[in-house]
Design a binder for this molecule. Structure first.
Ligand code: PLP
Length: 386
């Protein structure tokens, strides 16, 4: 087919001269680790989400989730409920703390965790629900909060895909869960190379997460070198972690955050084009957000319908032959050896996610992609499936 044309990768970060300049400024400043840039990034991020939030920058969303679960007191013997259709980071953090993950199936339309399955999975050991706003489409949060309230358990949102998304007019991060974790990994909707942010409205949780982010030190390093008490003095009040975000990443994040509204507009435009121009093919196209709501469109996940004449793997191969990268989000956790074997999980327990997995592929959708690139992806899919 079009193998003479340049390969269209599945994802590619959108970083330009402003990002290079920001990183160079930090390199020239003499302060590379957590400092003024990361501080400013935290403030600007909280403002971006609408303010009235504590935002704590860390070196990954995995770290953010770990800090949140630790801060709400998750420990050995506890259970947290999460969807099977997610990245392992959502639940591996429960294992760090000696707690167990209880995986549940997803809704066939949204591919977000199914509230009815959450309710059925609750036990006396359940301490938290971990909704994942899959691909950037907000979960049914009213139903999830109602279950959490009824059973007196916490909600920690895995918002790695949901920057920025809204639910009933409110930005994800502002819904009142204990905490929400965002990712700035290289392929997310904005990047700091590696990085994450945990946000909460709860001052006590924020204080605990700040301390645990850096070794359980009662003041962070920058404070130590910029306040009037002796610089060498600090106190360890807990066995904390090493999860702080360096200023190189913070500076990168500040530039990306300023560009985020433009990134979102471009993603929305590309998603609308895919939805329009792929209709009519034997595909289940991803659900859009309800009218007036923001879908972050971190990913564009197709599912082959019953009418498709080729398998998912054949479609992936044909797209690859046409010079187009794809991915699968995700091999569900119930099929991952560690989770499968630890909890004795079988595909029949997760019929929706399992069928979705067998039929799904994610196609390129990122701001560094041109209209012509997108036209090639659309044309290739028509040729393969039409
Ligand atoms: C990317 C991702 C994470 C982890 O983010 P990192 O910043 O790489 O730690 C967690 N959950 C989901 C759903 C993700 O997609």
């Amino acid at each position: 087919m079009q193998t003479s044309q340049a390969f269209i990768p599945f994802a590619r970060p959108d970083t330009g001269e402003d990002e290079i300049e920001a990183v160079a400024r930090v390199l020239r400043s003499g302060w590379l680790s957590t400092g003024p840039e990361t501080r400013a990034f935290e403030t600007e991020f909280a403002e971006f989400l609408g303010g009235d939030l504590h935002a704590i920058a860390v070196n990954s969303a995995t770290a953010a989730l770990h800090l949140a679960l630790e801060a709400i007191g998750i420990g050995p013997g506890d259970e947290v409920i999460a969807p099977t259709l997610t990245f392992t980071a959502t639940v591996e953090v429960a294992r760090y703390l000696g707690a167990d993950a209880v995986l549940v199936d997803v809704d066939p339309v949204t591919l977000n965790m199914d509230p009815a399955r959450i309710e059925a999975a609750i036990t006396p050991r359940t301490k938290a629900i971990l909704p994942v706003h899959y691909s950037g489409l907000a979960c049914d949060m009213d139903a999830i909060f109602a279950i959490a309230k009824r059973h007196d358990i916490q909600v920690i949102e895995d918002a790695a895909h949901a920057l920025p998304s809204t639910y009933k007019g409110r930005t994800i991060g502002q819904l009142g869960s204990a905490a929400s974790a965002f990712s700035f990994y290289a392929n997310k909707t904005m990047t700091t190379a590696e990085g994450g942010m945990i946000v909460t409205r709860d001052a006590d949780l924020a204080a605990r997460m700040r301390v645990m982010r850096l070794h359980g030190i009662s003041r962070d390093v920058f404070d130590r070198f910029h306040s009037t008490t002796p610089g060498w003095y600090y106190e360890i009040i807990a066995p904390g972690f090493k999860y702080n975000m360096p200023d190189i990443s913070g500076a990168l994040g500040r530039v990306q955050l300023r560009r985020l509204p433009g990134f979102l507009a471009r993603r929305q435009q590309m998603a609308a084009r895919y939805l329009k121009e792929l209709s009519g093919l034997p595909l289940i196209l991803p659900a859009d957000a309800p009218a007036g709501e923001k879908h972050a469109w971190h990913m564009f996940v197709l599912r082959l319908s019953d009418a498709a004449k080729r398998s998912r793997d054949e479609v992936i191969q044909a797209l690859s032959d046409a010079g187009i990268g794809t991915s699968v989000h995700y091999l569900p956790l119930h099929r991952q050896p560690y989770w499968r074997d630890r909890y004795g999980l079988r595909p029949e327990q997760f019929p929706v996610a399992d069928l979705a997995y067998q039929r799904m592929l994610s196609i390129p959708l990122y701001t560094a992609m041109s209209d012509d690139d997108q036209a090639r992806v659309i044309a290739a899919l028509h040729q393969i499936l039409g």
